[in-house]
Design a protein around this ligand. Structure first.
Ligand SMILES: *Cc1c(COP(=O)(O)O)cnc(C)c1O
Length: 497
């Protein structure tokens, strides 16, 4: 299968798309078509374990990779998850389901793609005949950074440089990143927002001049953000997997639709659900949940995407994003895959901070998505209520998704004509990753120390503390560099010199 750019004629293989990260014209790679998955195939996936499901679906896209080797790479990646199950589905007493994606090495859903990506990249480099080492630049709102660091540290032929907003991540996220071991990694704090980090990284990757300068030093640039198709495609798998688990436990008959509620920042996770739907998974509504940073909610309401607005810092920092990169892939589909129009819109976004879609495109989006946002008070209340009523503690990002999912379900119940589906809420992080805010939501108490928060949540909920978070407590902090956004490129050059 080939991959094409959302902004032009560029066409590459899957291996090349993973290695390159983004297209030469600044666009994002998308599959040339969505491979169909029949009901029979979904049925047969029910008898498979997660690595087999992943290899089965991914080989439809990465058809130049050896299928047996892909399967063993999936086994290795998903063997790093607690109990060997990267995506357990739990039924809650309110009738909804939780798809828990946080049992990997860094306790957030980013692990699902980033445990596999080192393989996709390594083999991709060989398949596309690239000789240079790869330099991965990653902007992070907290979770991608650590997941990429764990995935790529001490791997041959790769260097990784992570940029995070100095004030824009949780203390625990920062601790996780700064204690990372490995000689081939660098972590840099940026005096700015996640958007500043992401824009700077995309600008470097989109500049032929800078690519050439980095090339002279022996490196080829790539990305571990969800702009990279190698990040996005493995995320399709857990939507299919959840559906199979519902079928397998007789909660559902084949063909019945399922709704998914996804806490959204860069629009990668929910886009993967949309891709699953395009491949034939019976998906009803996709609930796009945002925190106070609600540029996406407004877009889904009125068809106009406007990032000229203040960025709020919230207790769900991984969603404190105004420029959701993967929305570009959605509007590319909505426009009927019109690359020129998409390029125009993205140019308008970078020049004027906004663009709009046509009325018929907006209508189509409304049939697919329900978008909503919550404020901090509602998120806290939702986490508290859910724990008191159903005994289930959730993290702050998942709290946003649950809050919007409940609002959606209540509205659908009042609407006699609305189709009713099962609701799966995607749980993206362990509560222990955001211990202060989760403890505050559960008890109203503030603690300064992350580990005090961890201990109290554990006493209160009896939920197991992930080993990965226990370990970092006594590790030294290795990275101290802080730079303004306009010095990011300089820092990249320092790192490889
Ligand atoms: C990254 C992240 C999100 C947002 O996911 P996107 O793919 O960027 O939309 C939500 N929750 C958590 C915990 C995350 O780390």
């Amino acid at each position: 299968m080939n991959f094409i750019s959302t902004r032009g004629a560029e066409k590459v293989t899957g291996a090349q798309a993973v290695v390159q990260g983004i297209a030469g014209d600044g666009g994002l790679f998308v599959p040339e078509f969505f491979p169909a998955v029949s009901h029979e195939e979904i049925s047969s996936m029910c008898g498979m374990d997660y690595p087999e499901r992943a290899a089965f679906l991914l080989s439809k896209y990465f058809d130049e990779y050896n299928p047996a080797e892909l399967l063993s790479a999936c086994r290795e990646a998903y063997g790093k998850f607690e109990d060997g199950d990267p995506a357990p589905l739990l039924r809650m007493d309110n009738g909804m389901y939780m798809l828990e994606l946080f049992h990997g090495p860094t306790c957030a859903f980013k692990d699902i793609a980033l445990t596999l990506m080192p393989y996709l990249l390594k083999r991709g480099r060989e398949l596309s005949g690239v000789k240079e080492d790869i330099l991965i630049l990653t902007a992070t709102s907290g979770d991608t950074g650590k997941a990429a660091l764990e995935g790529f540290r001490n791997r041959d032929g790769v260097k990784l440089c992570v940029f995070y907003p100095e004030e824009g991540v949780s203390k625990m996220q920062k601790l996780q990143m700064l204690t990372t071991e490995g000689d081939n990694v660098n972590v840099v704090a940026v005096k700015g927002s996640f958007d500043d980090c992401q824009t700077a990284v995309k600008a470097i990757m989109g500049s032929a001049e800078r690519r050439a300068e980095i090339g002279k030093k022996g490196y080829l640039l790539s990305s571990a953000n969800s702009v990279n198709i190698g990040r996005l495609l493995p995320q399709i798998v857990y939507y299919f997997s959840a559906y199979c688990d519902l079928l397998g436990s007789d909660q559902l008959k084949m063909g019945e639709k399922v709704d998914f509620a996804v806490p959204t920042g860069n629009f990668g996770n929910i886009l993967a659900a949309y891709y699953a739907k395009r491949m034939g998974l019976p998906v009803g509504t996709l609930v796009c949940a945002s925190n106070k940073n609600c540029a996406l909610t407004d877009f889904f309401k009125n068809g106009s995407y406007n990032i000229k607005r203040p960025l709020f810092r919230t207790m769900s920092p991984s969603m404190d994003i105004l420029i959701s990169s993967n929305l570009e892939r959605l509007i590319f589909e909505l426009s009927g895959r019109d690359a020129a129009l998409t390029a125009n819109r993205m140019q308008s976004l970078s020049e004027t901070g906004k663009y709009s879609v046509r009325a018929e495109e907006l209508k189509e989006t409304k049939a697919l998505f329900y978008a909503g946002c919550t404020n901090e008070t509602d998120t806290v209340e939702c986490i508290y209520d859910f724990f008191i009523d159903y005994g289930y503690p959730m993290d702050t990002h998942t709290g946003v998704a649950m809050s919007v999912a409940q609002r959606y379900t209540a509205a659908a119940e009042d609407d006699k004509d609305a189709e009713k589906h099962l609701m799966v809420v995607v749980s993206t992080a362990s509560p222990y990753k955001f211990p202060q805010d989760v403890l505050y939501a559960l008890t109203g108490n503030d603690v300064k120390d992350s580990y005090k928060g961890v201990k109290r949540i554990h006493l209160l909920t009896a939920m197991k503390v992930p080993e990965a978070l226990k370990e970092i407590r006594y590790k030294p902090l290795r990275f101290k560099t802080v730079v303004p956004p306009d010095k990011i490129y300089e820092e990249v050059l320092n790192f490889i010199s």
